[in-house]
Design a protein around this ligand. Sequence first.
Ligand code: ADP
Ligand code: ZN
Length: 764
Amino acid sequence: MGTRSRSVKETGFLWVEEGEPHQGVIAEVAPLRPVYRTYSYSVPSSIEDAVSIGRHVEIPMGKRGRETTGFVVGLDKRTWDGTLRPIKSVVNEPCSLSPELVELGRNIAEHYASPLGLTLKAMMPTAVREGRGLRVVRYARLAQSLESIQSDGSRLTTQRKALLDALACQDDAVNVSVLLSAAGVSDAVLRGAIKQGWVEIEERKEFRETQEDPVDRIEPVFELSDEQASAIEHIRARIDSGQFSASLLFGVSGSGKTEVYVRAIRHALAQGKQAILLVPEIALTTQLVRRLAARFESVAVNHSGLTGVQRSRIWQQIEAGEKNVVIGTRSAVFAPCPNLGLICVDEEQEASYKNLQTPRFHVRDVAIMRAQKLGIPVVLGSATPSVEVWYRSEVHRDYDRITLPKRINGLPMPKVHLVDMKLETAELKRQVVLSRAMERLLGRTLDRDEQAIILMNRRGFASRSHCPACGLGVMCPNCQVGMVVHSTSNESICHYCRTRVPTPTHCNDPTCGAKLIRLGSGTQRIEEVLAELFPKARVRRVDSDTMKHRSHYESLVSDFESHEVDVLVGTQMIAKGLDFSNVSFVGVIGADALNLSSDFRAEERLFQLVTQVAGRAGRAGKAGEVVVQTTTPELRSLRCALTHDYESFVQEELKAREAVGFPPYGRLARLVLSHEREALVDSEASALAGRIQSMIASKGLAVDVLGPNACPLRRLQGKYRVDILLRTSHVSVLYKIMNHLSATHALRTKARSLVVDVDPVSLS
Ligand code: ADP
Ligand code: ZN
């Protein structure tokens, strides 16, 4: 299309030129740009075969026709009365999103108010989109029959004859390097034969072979428990029914849920289908994934340590049906299985299932969407189900519930002790990191040569200032507890009453006044205390400072497993997924009402955290003990966690949510504005809230606008943050508002960024 006329004008979403009517294939393309619409392009006949729905293609965009790429989301043969710009090329020749995945992408884009192109982009790994790992492989075949070459009278050298003979005995084209070594001839001989017109070369794009981690297959030897057997029976029947179903697999930790997934997946495989098992994106999934992978014959494991080429290759193997089980974190929910029969989501309540970039989808909810569209079952496993999923199984009852009430082998649940640190401080007349109960039980564990895990429930970037002279730090004027220094704002914040003061440089005790020193993060402090109290114990700290690479986790797991480490100290990241048989003590430090006022899910999280970490104690015949240190023992999350009573907790929690119309009784969308200038972000947020208010009033929609409010994390990466929450009883009302807002450009703002988060999991 070199001779474009000058009279180009944009009408609707077609680029139209004056001219003859044309007939041909039109592709609807969603560009990988933050735009909420699709564009039409003509498909040149030269690439018509390669252009199909789900292909990643190169396209010109905008007035200047800048090169960009997008996904083909529709194809149509029709006549148009101008000239559309053509698609330039197909980017990733052998891979594409299946029509099923494109449809899923449309649903996700609609639900999360995210641009379709960016949504599809998130569904296909970058390496696959760019066709990485592909190389051109040359294939040779005879261009004429051997007889005609010989009758030609040309002299055939021995080498040429060997080459032609090797080709003559093959029906199909032969890989050139295979051919040369089989015939024992050099490339020059081949070049000569090509020149003579005897041999022709064909170039094919193929995936580079990649090394696979060898997985030894291990089959455990035990009888299924009765509960496991009936859970598996239940899911099998669901698979056989050929319909959508969602089942909550509610089983305490150690009840053998993993075995249920494995058997259910095998049943799907036996029907000739594929299965996806999703595991949360946590530091220590390695162990779980390795054990699971060992149970299947052709399994694709998606983890963050893969290279681009490996990712590409795995995608293609799954697409070709060569791998029939996919185990992975977030992105595995989009695995291109051609005949998917089952999706399992382990630890469905995990906050890490929420994608933190556009599209801000929740993996569990996408798994449910996908299962619904395909008419297949989805199994959601948890010891502490999300309040939303529990509500569907208990109140709404459209999900069924399978319960594994007991630990395998009738192991008792660990004994949980709650220590009120306010009392502890009062009795000891000083602040301590470890309570007396924690110190005693930990000491006993170490004496018996058993292992322990200590978890610090405090934000990673926090640390304390400490006075070397009098031993005090910065104290909260209201609560008389040590305040935490936030390095981002250099303020000291009381995590109980949320009082903020600029961090002083000198001790604020008038009789002292020495220069304060900064103690490391919470976990570092615990490490120091442990070294003083138990000098012989081998302590390993696990947090984002010490665990920068996947190999760090792997060596940590193996060191702990082989008992080269006695005590693991860490943040949330060690709470889940670990299964070590020699761990008999777990301590939780700082299980407080942190930010409870800022996030309606805070109690749910605290309950989950304490329950999960307690589930690490005493898993193989050893009675476990758990000490939870808190300044707020009256919280329902802690009261109920003490007796492992999920059902009481969730009932109280549901009542509290119902009273304020928060999920699952209402749906939320959160708009977060941020900018370096505080005054600007505040005024822009008020203006946006005003536009939303008047839009709602004019449409008569039932939506509450909460805010604008300063975010609990007021300043992040140098930008001030303000949010507006939209709350409504029905998700369709939410779509309506979001559509109106984007269609009328009401979301335009001078703030540096505006993030739209539908069904947010964090309000920080
Ligand atoms: P969950 O995922 O519910 O926390 P797991 O599936 O990790 O529990 O099971 C806990 C442990 O019990 C694992 O070591 C597992 O191998 C073992 N296990 C599972 N089922 C049985 C069974 N029927 N008999 C004996 N051991 C079992
Ligand atoms: Zn305070």
